[in-house]
Design a protein around this ligand. Structure first.
Ligand code: GRG
Length: 314
């Protein structure tokens, strides 16, 4: 564990750190995703189209940084943590593919490119999402015969936490609330209802990404709790910023259809609180996230990730 809130390696800028770690995630994703002849070329292509499309890789970065923040020498073993980081990104990508479908948000633009169902048709897009979710759990279960019992236990805890976050108690549950509310006016959602929906829909996977990193990095329970608290605040900040970007962001930069939430009459933070108060709420959540790290004496890159989430423009 590094102490205080200083970066693990102060000589490396956050941008360089993020670039290097993203590259490691992309290489691992390329290695881990199924390819012909093991699977039909069309499904392999559709999966890769959605995965390699310029996502920010926030969740895998969180996993890697959380693992490093608790690792005794400040750097966790990539062999343990990278597959977990990749699995989370696959689950995230599946959720975007399914969210964009005509039966859900019916969006034609994602990460600056036509959505999967526009390119491959609805059937293949649904299957690509199904395959990404399934692959994620295959990857989470990957192990070596030489794994120590402690590592196996951490792997199981990680798998269970991610499954809970992705399923009906987490992301799927949040999406169900969203789908059920579609067409109703924002007046039906008060601030508590909005927050409860986002805690499941986006917050649960962000929290699981960070907690999984802590588990796989060998954290104590107290460290894992601190990372989880950090990520709960971060998830809220992420969502508020996302809502602000939907109002203010330029379509080319955010890579998806801007103004979609307002057009659909969706409840959002700017709709409920206005832009200025939304910005203040996001900044407070990031301060709370960093406070959770500080209270536990956790260093590394998590604090910088929180700053990045607050300042992001896409
Ligand atoms: C279909 C089960 C199921 C769930 C979908 C997360 C989600 C639930 C839908 C996405 C809708 C959406 C745009 C929510 C706002 C927050 C969000 C998840 C934005 C996209 O995440 P980023 O910004 O995306 O991390 P990139 O492209 O950078 O990976």
């Amino acid at each position: 564990m590094t102490s205080g809130s200083e970066p693990a390696d102060a000589d490396v800028s956050f941008d360089d750190y993020a670039r290097t770690r993203r590259a490691a995630v992309e290489a691992a994703l390329d290695r881990l995703l199924p390819a012909p002849p093991a699977c039909p070329p069309l499904i392999a292509e559709a999966m890769r189209y959605t995965v390699f499309s310029g996502g920010k890789r926030l969740r895998p970065l969180l996993t890697l940084a959380a693992a490093d923040s608790v690792a005794p020498c400040g750097t966790a073993d990539d062999r343990d943590v990278l597959p977990t980081a990749c699995a989370i990104e696959l689950i995230h990508t599946y959720s975007l593919v399914h969210d964009d479908l005509p039966a859900m948000d019916d969006d034609t633009l994602r990460r600056g490119r036509p959505t999967a169902h526009v390119v491959y048709g609805e059937g293949i897009a649904i299957l690509a999402g199904d395959a990404l979710l399934t692959e994620a759990f295959r990857i989470l279960a990957l192990h070596s015969e030489s794994d120590a019992p402690d590592l196996r236990n951490r792997r199981l805890r990680t798998l269970s936490r991610i499954a809970t976050a992705a399923g009906a108690e987490g992301m799927v549950g949040g999406q169900a609330i969203d789908v059920a509310a579609t067409g109703t006016t924002s007046a039906t959602f008060d601030a508590a209802g909005l927050r409860a929906m986002h805690e499941r829909k986006t917050g649960a996977l962000i929290r699981a990404a960070a907690a999984a990193g802590a588990y796989m990095g060998g954290s104590s329970d107290a460290e894992a709790d601190a990372v989880d608290r950090y990520a709960a605040h971060l998830g809220l900040a992420f969502q508020i910023v996302d809502d602000i970007l939907d109002v203010e962001g330029e379509q080319e930069r955010i890579g998806k259809t801007a103004g979609k939430d307002a057009e659909a009459g969706k409840p959002t933070y700017p709709a409920l609180f206005g832009l200025a108060e939304s910005r203040r709420l996001a900044a407070r959540s990031v301060a709370d996230a960093k406070g959770a790290l500080k209270a536990a004496g956790l260093g590394g890159r998590l604090s910088e990730i929180a700053n990045w989430v607050l300042g992001r423009t896409r």
